[in-house]
Design a protein around this ligand. Structure first.
Ligand code: ADP
Ligand code: MG
Length: 616
């Protein structure tokens, strides 16, 4: 038999290797930024077009390359960072595989200009699909400029697999955050489609975090510091009250390299135990410095996992260090001499004009008139206008015909009510007895016994249907704010807000500005009070980050659920009698009163029969 095994040509081998190294534009960004850092850059520029699909350009002021090195750097397994196997155990650089440039050049149009400090002239090189198109001498400043155009131009299947520009940009931004957080002493400039996204001057760890995530972050941070023989830990954790539902701002850096470690993550979580709710996550930015010989970064091709020699000790140290910091921040006022005073203004007062307090007199006030009980801490709310709520479902249910949907739906809702109230025709308002049990349940009587309603879930259901209706029929009422509310958010949050802005407008938010780090709001939905706006938007942003929703129906649903969850009365809130009654009425006017928007039971019924049985 003839020999059939052949060595693959280099450009094919490179293309295959590229499959591992380059998953999406963000992987290229990571490799180029890391090369710039390894080259000792003090300032790095990142320029992106169309989510990195059209252009990724990184410019650094590092050591640059000679003409020969420039050419060699695109060869596979060509690296200046290690020479022998032992070097793998004493790594001080980000890269070491010598694969990145070869891989990138195999699947894109790459152009490089590079000049070492001591040389007169720079090298200009162009490579397309592993093929060198030209190399010439040129004039350029010290450092390296690397531009990568038309990623996956020769692998259409991979190119089609890429997500929308917005989603790819989000991945790039994530990578950028990781690299920029790991290197606060390097200045970064990040431009997207011609506008600046991040301008990060050289800074301290704390300032870098604040520059990236917005000035509101500053008040959340608690410093962490510990030095032992095994590890030096520095960085910040977020105060427990700022724990979020999403796993967003959680960063571990080992020797200035971003890593993922479920094990160490658990150590931090366990330090927070009892301080935050079980379904929320603390934010943290933790920098661990260990002996490079005690870790192995070689186990994963994209290098976000690291193997530690003594993981158990590290776990214990980390856990107790975080606990210690948490214990301290309550007692010792956080003195931060590095703090920039401009960052200290509470976010909702930033840029807000001082206003003259105005006194209003209620001319119709009569002190002898009986007022509904409205003592402090008692929440009251009006029965909602449920007229026409059925419209909400118009078009959602296929079996309902266009002409008679109204009557058939009405019938359906009557059967739901009927099943609890056993044919009782009068409205619930005629049932006077409701009371609140342990500030958690509302108990009300029915003909056959009683209903115990979970107040929070019931309210969630009512609000959820109300919001869905508003969004679907687009009839939200918005209350105009006397003074526009100005809130600041991180750039990433602003990007998410822009995506959902239209849906927010349909439920009654009026935005006069959403850009840079600032949002100006001139109107809010009737059901949202001014003081709640910040919390509501925060929650919305984090819910949307968790669920990448691209179609508008699921966007609407997430929106309605989040608002319902955030604004509903909670367990522990006292409700007066009128509110209890209104809530019960609203609940049973709902299309689906038995389960909350999150599919949890809303009420249980206990019949007279059930009670009788207990007395046997
Ligand atoms: P690695 O980073 O793993 O060594 P790369 O393919 O990313 O592999 O880069 C190959 C080599 O090219 C590097 O080892 C380095 O010597 C050189 N190089 C790459 N980018 C730069 C840069 N921005 N400045 C200076 N040298 C660079
Ligand atoms: Mg590299």
């Amino acid at each position: 038999m003839a020999d059939i095994i052949k060595l693959l040509p280099d450009h094919v081998a490179n293309q295959i290797a590229a499959g591992e190294v380059v998953q999406r534009p963000a992987s290229v960004v990571k490799e180029l930024l890391e090369n710039a850092i390894d080259a000792g850059a003090k300032s790095i520029k990142l320029i992106i077009k169309d989510g990195g699909k059209a252009l990724i350009h990184v410019i650094d002021d590092g050591i640059g390359m000679s003409a020969t090195d420039a050419r060699l750097s695109f060869e596979r397994h060509a690296t200046s960072k290690i020479q022998k196997a032992e070097d793998l155990f004493n790594l001080n650089t980000k890269g070491f595989r010598g694969e990145a440039l070869a891989s990138i050049a195999a699947i894109a149009h790459v152009e490089m200009q590079t000049k070492p400090e001591q040389e007169e002239m720079a090298t200009h090189l162009r490579i397309e699909g592993s093929e060198i198109k030209f190399q010439e001498v040129c004039v350029a400043p010290k450092g390296t400029s690397m531009s990568v155009k038309n990623l996956f131009f020769n692998i259409p299947a991979r190119r089609n697999f890429l997500k929308s520009n917005q989603v790819e940009l989000r991945h790039i931004t994530d990578e950028f955050h990781r690299v920029a957080l790991a290197h606060p002493h390097i200045a970064f400039h990040f431009y997207n489609n011609g506008s600046e996204l991040f301008i990060l001057p050289e800074a301290s760890q704390r300032q870098r975090i604040v520059h990236i995530f917005g000035s509101r972050t500053n008040e959340k941070l608690v410093p962490v510091n510990e030095e032992t023989q095994v590890v030096k830990i520095s960085g910040f954790i977020n105060k427990p009250e700022f724990a979020k539902k999403s796993r967003g701002e959680q960063f571990f850096f080992v020797n200035n390299r971003f890593i993922k470690s479920p094990y160490l993550h658990h150590a931090v979580l366990s330090a927070f135990e009892g301080l935050i709710k079980t379904d929320s996550y603390p934010g943290y930015f933790l920098y661990l410095d260990v002996d490079p010989g005690s870790i192995d970064i070689n186990i994963h091709p994209t290098k976000t996992e690291v193997k530690f020699d003594d993981e158990h000790t590290l776990y214990a140290i980390l856990r107790s260090t975080v606990k210690h910091s948490l214990g301290q921040f309550n007692v010792v006022p956080a003195l931060d001499f590095e703090q920039d005073q401009n960052l200290a203004t509470p976010y909702n007062y930033k840029n807000k004009d001082a206003s003259q307090p105005n006194v209003t007199v209620d001319s119709g006030f009569n002190p002898f008139q009986e007022v509904a009980q409205k003592s402090q801490g008692v929440r009251t709310f009006k029965k909602q206008n449920t007229e026409g709520w059925e419209n909400l479902y118009v078009g959602l249910e296929s079996k309902v015909g266009k002409d008679d949907n109204f009557s058939s739906l009405k019938f359906e809702s009557e059967t739901i009510t009927g099943s609890i109230f056993e044919g009782q025709q009068e409205s619930l308002e005629s049932i006077a007895t409701t009371f609140q049990l342990r500030r958690k349940y509302i108990v009300t009587t029915i003909k056959s016994g009683m209903v115990v309603i979970d107040q929070s879930r019931a309210h969630q259901r009512v609000l959820y249907e109300q919001f869905l209706k508003n969004i679907t029929v687009n009839e939200a009422v918005s209350q105009q704010l006397l003074f526009p509310l100005s809130l600041s958010f991180s750039k990433t949050d602003i990007a998410v807000l822009k995506e959902i802005k239209e849906s927010l407008t349909t439920i009654g938010f009026v935005f006069s500005k959403v850009e840079n780090e600032e949002v100006k709001i001139t109107g809010v939905p009737l059901m949202v009070s001014e003081s709640e706006v910040g919390i509501v938007l925060d929650q919305l942003i984090s819910d949307f980050q968790m669920e990448v929703t691209e179609d508008s129906f699921s966007q609407t649903d997430v929106l309605a659920k989040t608002l319902a969850k955030t604004l509903a009365v909670r367990t522990g809130e006292v409700l007066n009698n009128a509110s209890q009654l209104a809530l019960v009425n609203d609940l049973f006017a709902c299309k689906e009163s038995m389960v909350s928007p999150f599919n949890k039971p809303v009420y249980i019924t206990i019949t007279e029969n059930d009670i009788d049985k207990k007395f046997i």
